[in-house]
Design a protein around this ligand. Sequence first.
Ligand code: MG
Length: 247
Amino acid sequence: MEKAFNDYLVNNNYEHFDLKAVLFDMDGVLYDSMKYHARSWHETMNEFGIKTTPEEFYLYEGMVGRETINYIIKRELGREATQNEKDKIYRRKTELFGQYNKGELIPYAYDFVEKIHNQGLKCVVVTGSGQPTLINKLEQNFHNLFTKDKIVTAFDVKHGKPHPEPYLTGLQKAGNIEPYQAVVVENAPRGIEAAVAAGIFTIAINTGPIPDHVLWESGANIVLPSMEALFNNWDRYSIEFTKNKMP
Ligand code: MG
């Protein structure tokens, strides 16, 4: 376990951590919403006559909607998606998601955010989502542990995950901190890639159907089965975050 922390420092050429903030992905980390996203995407694509599987959308998680649409249309129809298609498909998907989504939190997500907050660490949300259904509920569901000025959404960035921009913007919102002053909690391969590209220590929480090895291959420093496991391991990790790089 110590190795994961030391490897990060060595690979990124940092002497030590100086933890100030935790950057949370939203879908699949804070909200148990990925099943509704996958179902909405799959049904929307069916309506438009485009072949997909519900499971594949777990792999595209973190990408902004128009990029997902373009990727699938390119694969299935061999051409770029038109602006009209992107708009119509995304609108329908958003509509279905609004109908299906129940807004349940991932078990232990609230407890973990509260724990971090009580330790004086800043809590920031970095999501590829542009869906008001959940973004607007964050403050309410997490009792102001997250505030609007500490949320990065699809509207704040030019490039979605796996580009590092969303997480670099998250570091700015956390108070212009450096990568070694933050930790990312992610569940999706493309989100992990984005966090790693931003140079931040990344803990993957596997809350979906994707096998663990995919999350490791995306560059995660640690892979855990649940937020509960993160909650239970955090005190041990906190000790590692105070150590210096081993010679
Ligand atoms: Mg996610």
